[in-house]
Design a protein around this ligand. Sequence first.
Ligand code: FCB
Length: 455
Amino acid sequence: MSFPKDFLWGAATASYQIEGGWREGGKGPSIWDDLTHERRGFILDGSSGDEACDHYHRFREDVALMAGLGIRNYRFSVSWPRILPEGTGRVNPEGIRFYSDLVDCLLEHGIRPFVTLYHWDLPRGIYQRGAWLNEEMPEWFAAYVREVALALGDRVKDFLTINEPQCVIGLGYVSCEQAPAVKLPARDIVRMSHILMKCHGRAVQVLRETVPGVRVGYAPCSGPVLPASEKPEDVEAARRAYFAVPDDPERFTWSPAWFSDPVMLGGYPQDALSAFGHLLPEGWEKDLAVIHQRLDWYTQNIYNGNLTVRAADNARGYEEVPYPVGGERTLMGWPVTPDALYWGPKFLYERYRTPILISENGMSCHDWVFPDGRVHDPARIDYLRRYLSALSRAVADDTDVRGYFCWSLLDNFEWKFGYTQRFGLVHVDYATQKRTPKDSALWYKEIMETNGAGL
Ligand code: FCB
């Protein structure tokens, strides 16, 4: 197994999922605070991120732990309402200080920070003003990004703009599985997607103006479509199915092309325009110049293949091959399809010709502390080994992959699943906040140290 020299091995987290301290240090409320406090029954175990992993108070201990586990690259997100409690206007110096101290601590431990600017904790004040529906949103986002860039840009050079636009819009406003969980019609969904991509573009512009030597990525997600065999016609069928934008208001936002072609190629794909072009906001064509900014990486969160297809003689040119009954699934119920890290990066690199970073990948399982005081998680080791082997095959096939961030450093608040899904390399006992590195963390340390040779 080989990975390029300087391959970026790391781990990832997000502010709302680990920080806690929800109204400390001058932080304003976010849509996740409101959803967890006010929509009774929405979160599976009735919990919230009020305390989460208490990382807000324990970040020094967590950074030291990370360093001990050999983690050299750390992706975390900044909470917009910690920086701007109302979303716009007044800057909160304590919020700035928290992230500034975190960055100093990371650098003191030799860990390179990768900052995600938006990982879902939207300020309440922005939501109440229409958020992604409001044409002022790109300027609100740009103003927030400028504050982060001014505060951290002397030490942080790596930024990702928006985590999983598919989930922000699709889970937030179509299937309503995430905050704000408000169902909106296709016209609004199209408008929001477009404005979200404009936010991304403005963020890139602001970062390039403000941070000398900055490197920027965008962090959408996808479930790659896998070919049933390596026959060229099956591969072509998978490629076509992966990038197709379905003419279905419940599903079109999941297509990687919908949220990436405008950003990466400067235009909407033809099938999207035929199905939804008439719903785009007025003047959308001229916005493409803002949306389409050069990026240093095309970053992607990939957990599993969405679908397997084979070529077929029908109108679409392919048919679906069902996932085997009783096939491996994680505790989330997600299928275990290591080849997603072969075909996904390969197809994405062919289309977008930009170095790839895998910004999230990992799994949840039934982890607990055994009587020997350790957390044995052989399934996670098996999962990571198989997925990383597939990724290394993509590298060997000339797919330009620059890094891999395991989701997640710590067990944490898994959105609507509360604390029932453990994705961490490190186990967290939420009653005591005790951290216990799982067997997989020790295994991953060796993989990182040997640049994948230990696979
Ligand atoms: C991704 C999210 C991340 C986490 C993982 C399991 O969709 O970006 O916050 O919830 O899934």
